[in-house]
Design a protein around this ligand. Structure first.
Ligand SMILES: Cc1ncc(COP(=O)(O)O)c(C=O)c1O
Length: 417
């Protein structure tokens, strides 16, 4: 029988008290000290995944690099792990530039994205010498040319819509005609011609990103073929998008299967001497974390509602993308249970963490764990109903430490003028 345990970070165990340990740390101990909700990341699983990606890509295509899509977990500590593991960083916006620099990244290994980069962000890219700016339209070129000091140059990629429609939620689909990201191949050709005439911009290559939470490898391979038609360049950035496992029904391709398909398509369509870049986000971090909540109330009405002390303030994936998660009671994770709706504490009917989930004897004060919350949950955490954004704890080799503290009531008041 598959269980919640299978969805926890790799290396998680259960001790003689039936208590769950992530990277050797008991989740009830962490909750007792840091409070709940808390996002617990297995630093060991995170590092292992980063190495799996980096080694896997280099083995298949030596002239290549993996850049972590910071947007999936835009936190200095996570970016620092990626940098320490030798990865570059993809950033989408000024805030992610700030945390990336704090994480100690070599600016030359940063790739800047965004469909609406403003003057300040372009100025930051130029000032800090970011390695690649992915241009999303002519306005990016105007801004770059205006920001670059006389004699300076900037390497750029052009983001192209590959015209590939993957089977995923509409909100995370980006490779289809009609996407707000990137340019049609015709427009991209015009922009490439303009860059090639520019004295300050260096045309390095093209970029495509099909979307997120993609469970088949074919769309990735199709997108390589589509961008190859734009011509030969020194660099091809193939984006991110590989799906992650949230429930036992999910069967995302392994990193190896994904890389085989991607590099297979690159061998078939791209110049052998080109550099390949990939930008995994979700599949890098989702499975490395879980969130621990405490039950606030149990109400048996039309449904059994188990309400916890978090919800859409710390996990918007459910409300935005209808992402299905699983959950279990800590200490009896995979025991048979009552059919419940695990709901949040926010004043929204849509604030449901996991509908229709079996929970074993849920009682007020008990701890609940929701696995696979490493991707985009921290990203979209918010102060709905004045909730304080939750802390992030790194667990590694039996020790744990807080890397982002919980917000305080004072933090909520700090911006008042
Ligand atoms: C340009 C770009 N690269 C990489 C990613 C990472 O995608 P994922 O988290 O699905 O791997 C995204 C996110 O959608 C993106 O927009």
């Amino acid at each position: 029988m598959p269980g919640v345990h299978d969805l926890l970070p790799a290396g998680s165990t259960t001790d003689a008290d039936a208590m769950t340990l992530v990277a050797g740390c008991r989740l009830d101990d962490v909750a007792a000290e840091v409070g709940t909700p808390v996002l617990v990341v297995s630093e060991d699983a995170l590092r292992a995944r980063a190495r799996e990606y980096a080694d896997g890509l280099t083995a298949r295509w030596p002239r290549s690099r993996v850049v972590f899509a910071s947007k999936a977990f835009p936190c200095t500590a996570v970016q620092r792990v990626m940098v320490e593991e030798g990865l570059g960083l993809d950033v989408a916006g000024g805030g992610e530039i700030v945390t990336a620099l704090r994480a100690g990244v070599d600016p030359a290994r940063v790739v800047l994205h965004g469909n609406a980069k403003d003057d300040e962000e372009i100025a930051m890219a130029v000032e800090h010498g970011l390695g690649l700016v992915v241009v999303d339209g002519a306005d990016d070129l105007d801004r770059l040319e205006a920001a670059l000091p006389a004699g300076a140059t900037q390497d750029v990629l052009v983001r192209v819509i590959p015209g590939v429609e993957a089977d995923t939620h509409a909100s995370v689909l980006t490779g289809h005609a009609g996407s707000k990201f990137g340019l049609s191949p015709e427009r991209a050709r015009e922009l490439i011609a303009r860059i090639e005439r520019s004295p300050s911009l260096r045309m390095r290559g093209v970029h495509a990103h099909v979307g997120s939470q993609i469970m088949q490898v074919e769309p990735f391979a199709e997108s390589v073929a589509a961008i190859a038609a734009l011509g030969q360049f020194p660099v091809y950035d193939l984006g991110g998008g590989l799906g992650a496992r949230y429930t036992w029904a999910d069967r995302p391709p392994s990193v190896a299967t994904y890389l085989d398909a991607l590099v297979g398509a690159a061998r078939a369509h791209l110049p052998a001497e080109a550099e390949l870049i990939i930008e995994p986000g979700r599949s890098m971090v989702a499975a490395a974390a879980c969130t621990v909540y405490r039950v606030v109330t149990v109400k048996r009405e039309a449904r059994t509602f188990v309400a916890v002390d978090g919800g859409m303030g710390d996990n918007l994936e459910v409300a935005l993308f209808e992402q299905r998660f699983e959950a279990g009671m800590l200490g009896r994770l995979d025991a048979p249970g009552e059919d419940c709706d695990l709901v949040g504490r926010h004043c929204e009917s849509g604030d449901v963490l996991v509908p229709g989930v079996p929970l074993a004897d849920p009682r007020v004060g008990d701890l609940v764990v929701v696995p696979a919350t490493g991707a985009y949950c921290f990203t979209m955490s918010n102060n709905y109903n004045g909730s304080r954004r939750i802390p992030v704890v790194f667990a590694s080799g039996g020790d744990w430490r807080t890397v982002v503290r919980r917000e305080t009531w004072d933090d909520l008041l700090a911006r008042d003028v």
